[in-house]
Design a protein around this ligand. Structure first.
Ligand code: SF4
Ligand code: SF4
Length: 190
């Protein structure tokens, strides 16, 4: 009986901690107004744009000094994209071109955990190790989100930050996804 009560109390406490983490995460991701990109064009270089066949880490051919050269007819996906800084995450000094990292909701191509996932694209090598970027990543991870770190100019290499159980799940799913991709890349028998 005593053991049962202890187990119930433990479960209740775990649920409370999980809820607090979720709430912190939600508060951190709360859209508190749209900031103008102003001089930043980082996402046009680091993110892949499928309708344009633009791979990640390659500057978009339509990017010019003034910004997007095809602004009126740019793909929908470009018009709808908001990085988390633009949505209010971090300070003004944390703009992606300044810290060298774009934090954005996961595009879900690989569902690592199927829950709240945030991609952190490095625009410059090692930028995620910078104090401001790392502070944001740690804050998000502490809030319960899975942060998927995408090192500069690498594809298929993921580093994870977040709650231990989510990181573990994500690592397993990343390995499975890599295995599947390798199998698909194998030449088929004639
Ligand atoms: S990275 Fe964010 S702030 Fe920079 S151009 Fe893209 S949406 Fe705007
Ligand atoms: S089409 Fe325009 S908005 Fe889209 S990636 Fe290229 S430059 Fe950026």
């Amino acid at each position: 009986m005593g053991k049962n009560n202890q187990a119930k109390r433990k479960l209740k406490k775990q649920k409370k901690v999980a809820k607090e983490r979720r709430d912190v995460g939600r508060r951190q991701l709360r859209v508190i107004g749209k900031r103008p990109c102003d001089g930043c064009t980082v996402c046009c270089s680091v993110l892949g744009v499928v309708p344009l066949d633009k791979p990640p880490w390659v500057s978009c051919e339509h990017l010019c000094k003034e910004g997007c050269g095809i602004y009126e007819t740019r793909p929908d996906i470009c018009g709808k994209f908001n990085c988390l800084w633009q949505c209010g995450l971090g300070e003004m000094e944390d703009r992606p071109d300044k810290i060298g990292v774009v934090f954005a909701p996961s595009n879900g191509v690989v569902p690592f955990t199927g829950e709240e996932e945030i991609q952190a694209y490095e625009a410059r090598p090692g930028a995620l190790q910078g104090p401001r970027a790392m502070k944001i990543a740690k804050r998000l991870a502490k809030g319960g989100a899975l942060v998927i770190a995408l090192p500069h100019e690498t594809t298929g290499t993921f580093r994870f930050m977040g709650p231990k159980e989510k990181v573990l799940k994500a690592e397993i799913n990343a390995q499975l996804a890599q295995k599947r991709a390798a199998e698909l890349a194998k030449p088929t028998e004639p």
